[in-house]
Design a protein around this ligand. Sequence first.
Ligand SMILES: Nc1ncnc2c1ncn2[C@@H]1O[C@H](COP(=O)(O)OP(=O)(O)OP(=O)(O)O)[C@@H](O)[C@H]1O
Ligand SMILES: O=P(O)(O)OC[C@H]1O[C@](O)(CO)[C@@H](O)[C@@H]1O
Ligand SMILES: [Mg+2]
Length: 540
Amino acid sequence: MAQPAASPAAEPAPDNNPRPAAPVPITVPSPHDDHHHHLVDRRDTPRGRAWEPERARSHPEPMDGVATKLVTGEAGYVLEDVPHVSDYLPDLPTYPNPLQDNPAYSVVKQYFVDPDDTVCQKIVVHKGGARGNHFRRAGPRQRVYFESDEVHACIVTCGGLCPGLNTVIREIVCGLYDMYGVTKILGIQGGYRGFYARNTINLTPKCVNDVHKRGGTILGSSRGGHDTTKIVDSIQDRGINQIYVIGGDGTQRGAGVIFEEVRRRGLKVSVAGIPKTIDNDIPVIDKSFGFDTAVEEAQRAINAAHVEAVSAENGIGLVKLMGRHSGFIAQYATLASRDVDCCLIPESPFYLEGEGGLLRYIEKRLKDNGHMVIVVAEGAGQKLIAETMQSIGKDASGNELLLDVGLWLSQKINEYFKKTKMTINLKYIDPTYMIRAIPSNASDNVYCTLLAHSVVHGAMAGYTGFTIGQRITEKQNRVSITDRMWARLLSSTNQPSFLCNKVIEEAKKEHERAAQLLDGSPSHRKVEEKVASSKSSGKK
Ligand SMILES: Nc1ncnc2c1ncn2[C@@H]1O[C@H](COP(=O)(O)OP(=O)(O)OP(=O)(O)O)[C@@H](O)[C@H]1O
Ligand SMILES: O=P(O)(O)OC[C@H]1O[C@](O)(CO)[C@@H](O)[C@@H]1O
Ligand SMILES: [Mg+2]
């Protein structure tokens, strides 16, 4: 889907932010916003300052698989716009946004986002270089496409658990009630199949009041079971006209398909996505909710591994963390802990034997230090393991099931030291589900609120086929091992890079050339591809 930027509901477009020279006015789907309401100027308050830069970077984007509407302007300006119900239902009436009469927001300087506000995809730009694409800025619009008592919303959660799911549910419900006076909100139980095979529950601010203090999702979740026709039939039969979909990459693709079918049937239904990915592996958004909580919880496992390791002769603490395709949780947990001697992630293939290999490094570390801690992301080393173990198939959504790298690694380490006749004490800790089944921490709760309120503004304004996101930094959906952040990790753990000298030298040369360009440029990607392919082939 496309995503609207996350900007909190009643929080106005700050005009004290230095903005680049105004781009040529662009056509926006919601034809209004003649002026901003100015009430109390809060710009000089600490709260105002703290929030404004963040809001200025939040945005919605089209859902995965949904065609992007490109709007161009002067100086290479490109807006990746999101679909709108008026694109296929051109004569819809609009209504004043009820937020302007809401006493809670009466101190807000500007109620509404300026229609010309956009959020730049690139945070770092090269002088004279292209600025990259822009996204529509999230936030309340002056006119909305739904009357409060016309709205019949529903919320569904799909895919794996993640801290903060309940907070997002709570804040969508409260946001709809408190900001827009919407009272008809259905909870779809058990993921996508819940649309046609399960019960629904009525959601009210009262029944969701405490749910942010609980882990999991009060609605339940599932994988598989996405039957587009049955889902959209159910939406039509129930008279649902706003669908809030919370889930990962698969879920957002599923929401994109629902949007296409809704559009094909010409229904006035807004399909809005809130990306959930504990692995932090959805591109374009910078940080997914629940990630902070997961990294924090991972510290407890790493601490335990460290305590066990230092208390035994040649103690090795091995911790497995989530991260199917990307090692962000492992990377950040390692950097935060400082007790970790080696971090293994899917993006950086490693090898066991010989010079520069993992086993020699462990041996050296034990000889030097007497103990060590290893953090491994669940998706690391899968190719290596597959050399001796059979694939275990796919889950109901078609995701490849992973072989247990933690158990495999424990076995390989034990075998090696048995052969070398060196006593070791290895303790394997697998807290994978523990880091995602907990309630979100304070910072994630605030972030969930921002996302939930922003997605409500987007849907009320008639946007559809979008997912909500926030920009803080340039973000890939996989750890880049040629980034400074990975270098920081390598220098903190002192682990081998598992790269041969030739590859490093080549990468350096390429980097010198690429340094004049920006991250994300084709040549930058070429370097990464080259490093990755050399690693998976050559090694020693
Ligand atoms: N391409 C697709 N088209 C339609 N539905 C899809 C598609 N991919 C996934 N889905 C549906 O989305 C739901 C969630 O997908 P999946 O199990 O892959 O989790 P996810 O959203 O990627 O979250 P996680 O990050 O936890 O894996 C499932 O019900 C699945 O059937
Ligand atoms: O065992 P489940 O519930 O299918 O989920 C496991 C997967 O879900 C995730 O937590 C993503 O949500 C991955 O990190 C992990 O591989
Ligand atoms: Mg997924």
